[in-house]
Design a protein around this ligand. Sequence first.
Ligand code: PGA
Length: 244
Amino acid sequence: MIQINKFNKIIVGNWKLNGSFEFIDAYFKKLSTNIGSKNDVCSIICPPNIYLNYSSGKVKNSFLGAQDCSKYNNGAYTGEISVSMIKENNCNFCIIGHSERRQFFNETSLDIKIKAENLIKNKINPIICIGETLEEKNRGITEIVLKKQIVDSLPSNSLNESLIIAYEPIWAIGTGLIPSFDEINKVHSYIKSQISNFENYKILYGGSVNSSNSNDIINLAYVDGVLVGGASIDVNEFNKILNI
Ligand code: PGA
């Protein structure tokens, strides 16, 4: 498991359902290997799972992450990919509970908790996504929603294991809208106040991060990094975000 507390900031690129061998060749040729101004920035690239192994032969100075894993370890589960399989494909991190999986694939917080526990047992760092809808934000129940997601999806393994949480307001994903910097900071501070059984954790912000807003967001007091979707597909744009 990667000890994340040795890093000051963490920057994750989530390619989602994008990529090809040709794309990967070009991307890793251009991806910055001189990350951050110091050695304390952790860069994690998350290609589609099927490209993890191929990417591991190309990537330099960044870690690889999966975009999801099965909650099952083996057996009659057609189409699933287990934690040990992604581990064998040179992957150190795994995003789980992304709102797109919760929304389009009906994943529950219990599914996410099981995945997180399996990941920790297999020494892969989970990146657990939480976030509220616009309707929930407008009703003023963001903190209640986040608290429930934290209680229900965080793994029970504890102590000094490393955990990453990504706060991604659903209404900010892929829309170009972001909360005010003050709001981001306040929500992150609230999330921190709710996590008790992990000593080493980081909280990232995700949702419409690009090279124009990444520096301001990443330097907020309670923000430990960013999870970038759309802007991570363009390697020049992602290099600018890495260059903090
Ligand atoms: P976005 O996606 O940066 O395209 O808004 C973020 C995410 O879904 O993780």
